[in-house]
Write a protein that binds this ligand. Structure first.
Ligand SMILES: C[S@@+](CC[C@H](N)C(=O)[O-])C[C@H]1O[C@@H](n2cnc3c(N)ncnc32)[C@H](O)[C@@H]1O
Length: 287
């Protein structure tokens, strides 16, 4: 794939200010930004999710598809179980919980990028995916690589090319995440293996349904969408599902008895310059 030029500078979104008085929220709610660039971040949904979450802040937040953590960091639950199939992102969060400091050289430099990418792949091949050095390299590659992509070849080697940013801000000290993460558990497993508690509040944001095909980009099939929907429908506590409002997603969640809300998602400027908003759905149950 030849990458086309995208935005020249990545800007972190503005972090919300969270009132100290919020019940059940972590005591020192210093606003924290998602530490990685992650496709499909749902920070824009926080104003829609907050009224749903507010009456339930004493519950544990469970995210089967936590990705870049925009929702957990936006809501700041005291307790959470955050899961994603991507083991690298979960290993990185595990280190943030321990108060990660990065001492690798980090610069927006093509030679350094490919040297760090080669070292990261060496570490994976040697079975050292969870080492501090490996997660630090993962952070650097995420910041510096093309569009924040996380992609591997058939042999399991990370193969994202150098990015096209004019300026990148690198963070070295992640100790401010330690307190927020203290009672957050991170796992990387199939959603049906997540040890749910009866009263958990689930926010599920699977890969978008791509209509007229069985496979989405991330290999999340229509069958997976149905399996996730049925798993969510069986849960007794409050559930919020987010997805693209395709006809079949709408009909699936309606059939399972969810209430639907529609929202226009801000869309990043695509290669074709299309700025039209995507229509998204929040399917809600158990409130
Ligand atoms: C739309 S993103 C979630 C974004 C997240 N809500 C945020 O705000 O950053 C979907 C996530 O699902 C994960 N994923 C894909 N297939 C999965 C599976 N079978 N089980 C768990 N996670 C999966 C991907 O790695 C990706 O991080």
């Amino acid at each position: 794939m030849k990458p086309s030029v995208i935005s020249s500078q990545y800007k972190d979104p503005v972090s919300p200010v969270i009132p100290r008085s919020r019940r059940g929220a972590s005591p020192d709610t210093v606003p924290l930004l998602p530490p990685l660039k992650w496709a499909g971040g749902k920070r824009w949904q926080i104003p829609h999710l907050r009224p749903l979450w507010e009456p339930h802040t004493r519950r544990r937040l469970v995210e089967p598809f936590c990705g870049g953590l925009a929702v957990a960091l936006g809501l700041r639950p005291a307790r959470a179980l955050l899961n994603d199939i991507n083991p690298h992102v979960i290993a990185f969060y595990g280190w943030l919980k321990r108060g990660l400091r990065i001492d690798l050289p980090m610069r927006n430099d093509e030679r350094l990028y490919y040297a760090h990418r080669a070292r990261f792949n060496e570490q994976l091949a040697a079975g050292r995916a969870k080492d501090r050095e490996t997660v630090a390299l993962f952070y650097y590659l995420n910041r510096t690589g093309y569009n924040g992509l996380c992609r591997f070849n058939r042999k399991g080697a990370f193969n994202v090319p150098f990015g096209r940013y004019t300026t990148i801000t690198y963070r070295r000290d992640f100790s401010s995440y330690r307190d927020a993460f203290a009672r957050w558990e991170f796992t990387s497993r199939d959603l049906e293996k997540i040890p749910l508690e009866r009263g958990d509040f689930i926010y599920a944001d699977p890969p978008y349904d791509v209509e007229f095909t069985d496979y989405s980009k991330e290999g999340f099939t229509w069958e997976d969408q149905v399996r996730a929907a049925e798993w969510l429908a069986r849960h007794r506590g409050p559930v919020v599902l987010s997805n693209q409002a395709t006809d079949r997603i709408v009909s699936l969640y309606e059939t399972l008895g969810f209430t639907l809300q529609y929202h226009a998602a801000p869309r990043r400027i695509s290669c074709t310059g299309d700025r039209s908003p995507a229509r998204e759905v929040l399917a809600i149950k158990g409130f």
